[in-house]
Design a protein around this ligand. Structure first.
Ligand SMILES: Cc1cc2nc3c(=O)[nH]c(=O)nc-3n(C[C@H](O)[C@H](O)[C@H](O)COP(=O)(O)OP(=O)(O)OC[C@H]3O[C@@H](n4cnc5c(N)ncnc54)[C@H](O)[C@@H]3O)c2cc1C
Length: 507
């Protein structure tokens, strides 16, 4: 029987793993992970991603050993690893998930395809989560995604025949090739993923929506499943189905204390759908890693880059306490909640006028859960360069007052401000004497926001803007319109939303 090589990438589990099931059905299996030094030296890669991956691989190996096999690890390029394997075991079939990754993994997968063709190797690639490959436009995508999410999960094989081969050790967590370690990293591995999932559904989700934007409590009440989804220790389908099951259980319960709990889980499931929606954008248009979705904005921030602003933003030294607390907390923990991610990007893009292509890789390295599809789509949305989303400029003081009212989160991550009275914690520049060791704010946020509005407005008035925005929408826009709009335009309308230039400071 032909050996079946299963190439693990960002799908570090045995459960609900289509390529593995396909391989097991065809012959003896060789589970392969290739540590690709070039991948880990990309500008968006960091020790955080490796640390999570490494934990997950170690556990995957343990599980495979329980089944009588082991994970075969090789170092170097995937093409050289496959060439070497071919020499050792002869012809084989290759199985993997389709990967919607960065430009580097895209190019590497094309090389693998060429190598397979030239060497007569059959490469079976299975779709990942709800992402549809070779989709040209968005119509019908949501139905296809929902069909994947509701289909039965594939249980991990209870037994399989293995092919043994030489394996190299996994590089250490602090291997120089994955960059310097800084701060904590969420632990990887499926066991932890399952624990996080059940603690969220059984308990933590009760206050999900109330806490989701609050930097001080969101770390507990958000699901914290993002890294597990990004590295595939859990499949999106199993998470969605577990959530659907829990929602039903709560809906059917007579316990009056349950209140709005099912709605919290519904909101969580909506975000799982957004996840697929955003990854689908990158799948359809890989260039969004580097180029603005709406071409009009391509060079908008090419003038006036301030390296001093960039450094201050990266290091949590802008003089805006909530922005600085978020950046420092991110450095320490590798995670902040959605609203705070949007805030730090919006502040960088509008008030500091930094290009998202400079700030994006910094955040990618800091986020343990870095997922290129979500990341680049969100960066572009929060920087106002998609042409199909409302432009949002956040007011950092208002956000601070609303989401960290007493300044607890700020005091924790900006110790220079720990003793400041609450009335000044959100805007310490209002004090007669600035707090020792803390910088004066680097811009006046209201003035800078006004300037950003003036700089942006002409782009929206260009004649071709609307037509180009429609083209972006046809290819990448969500077809889920708010109900009143759906009613007005008909559920199947593919008309893009009217491009909105809503430049008021957001709440
Ligand atoms: C500028 C920016 C960059 C981001 N980069 C990433 C990234 O690299 N990786 C990443 O996983 N998320 C990213 N997000 C989305 C979001 O902030 C995180 O998914 C979320 O904070 C992760 O925490 P959680 O798992 O507790 O989320 P929960 O609130 O519990 O949500 C559950 C899951 O839904 C998905 N999700 C949640 N919010 C969004 C969203 N707005 N868009 C798409 N999917 C969503 C994630 O997979 C998440 O794990 C980014 C957001 C912004 C504004």
């Amino acid at each position: 029987m032909i050996p079946q090589v299963v190439w693990f990438k960002r799908d570090l589990r045995l459960h609900d793993h289509a390529p593995l099931c396909a391989a097991v059905a065809r012959g003896p299996v060789l589970p392969l992970y290739v540590f690709e030094p070039e991948l880990w030296q990309q500008p968006d890669a960091s020790f955080r991603h490796w640390s999570f991956t490494r934990d997950s691989l170690q556990e995957l190996d343990e599980t495979l050993q329980g089944l009588g096999g082991k994970l075969i690890v090789r170092h170097g390029s995937i093409v050289s690893a496959l060439t070497q394997l071919q020499r050792e075991i002869g012809r084989f079939d290759l199985h993997s998930h389709e990967e919607t990754g960065n430009d580097w993994t895209f190019a590497r997968d094309r090389e693998v395809a060429v190598w397979c063709r030239e060497n007569g190797i059959h490469w079976n690639e299975s779709p990942t989560n709800g992402v549809v490959r070779r989709l040209r436009e968005r119509d019908g995508w949501a139905a296809a995604r929902n069909a994947v999410m509701t289909a039965p999960q594939r249980p991990a094989p209870a037994a399989m025949h293995f092919i043994s081969s030489a394996s190299e050790p996994l590089p250490a967590a602090d291997d120089a090739r994955v960059g310097e370690i800084e701060g904590r990293v969420q632990r990887g591995g499926r066991r932890d993923g399952l624990k996080v999932l059940s603690s969220f559904l059984d308990d933590r989700s009760r206050n999900y929506m109330r806490s989701i934007s609050k930097p001080g409590v969101s770390a507990r009440h958000c699901s914290r499943l993002s890294a597990h989804l990004a590295y595939g220790t859990l499949s999106a389908r199993e998470v969605d189905q577990a959530a659907a099951h829990r929602m039903q259980e709560l809906d059917e319960s007579n316990d009056p204390s349950i209140g709005y709990w099912p709605r919290q889980i519904a909101a969580f499931r909506a975000r799982l759908a957004w996840r697929c929606h955003f990854v689908q954008k990158l799948e359809q248009q890989p260039s969004i890693e580097f180029r603005c979705m709406h071409p009009a904005f391509e060079a908008m921030r090419s003038d006036g880059h301030r390296e001093d602003f960039f450094d201050a933003w990266c290091n949590g030294q802008t003089g805006y306490p909530l922005i600085d607390a978020c950046m420092r907390s991110l450095r320490a923990n590798g995670w902040i909640t959605f609203r705070m991610r949007a805030l730090v990007v919006s502040f960088a893009s509008y008030q500091l006028w930094l290009d998202w292509r400079r700030t994006g890789p910094v955040l990618a390295r800091l986020f343990t859960d870095y997922e290129p599809g979500i990341h680049y789509s969100q960066l572009q949305m929060q920087s106002g360069v998609t042409g199909i989303n409302a432009v949002r400029l956040y007011n950092p003081v208002k956000q601070s007052l609303e989401h960290d009212t007493e300044g607890k989160f700020i005091r924790r991550y900006v110790p220079e401000l720990a003793d400041l009275p609450t009335e000044f914690i959100h805007a310490p520049w209002q004090l007669a004497a600035p707090p020792a060791g803390y910088p004066m704010r680097i811009v006046d946020h209201e003035h800078a926001a006004r300037e950003a509005r003036q700089r942006m407005a002409p782009y929206w008035r260009e004649e071709s803007f609307r037509e180009q925005a429609k083209a972006v929408f046809r290819k990448l826009g969500s077809r889920n319109r708010p109900p009143e709009r759906r009613k007005r335009r008909g559920a199947r309308s593919v008309a893009p939303p009217e491009p909105q230039l809503d430049l008021d400071l957001q709440g």
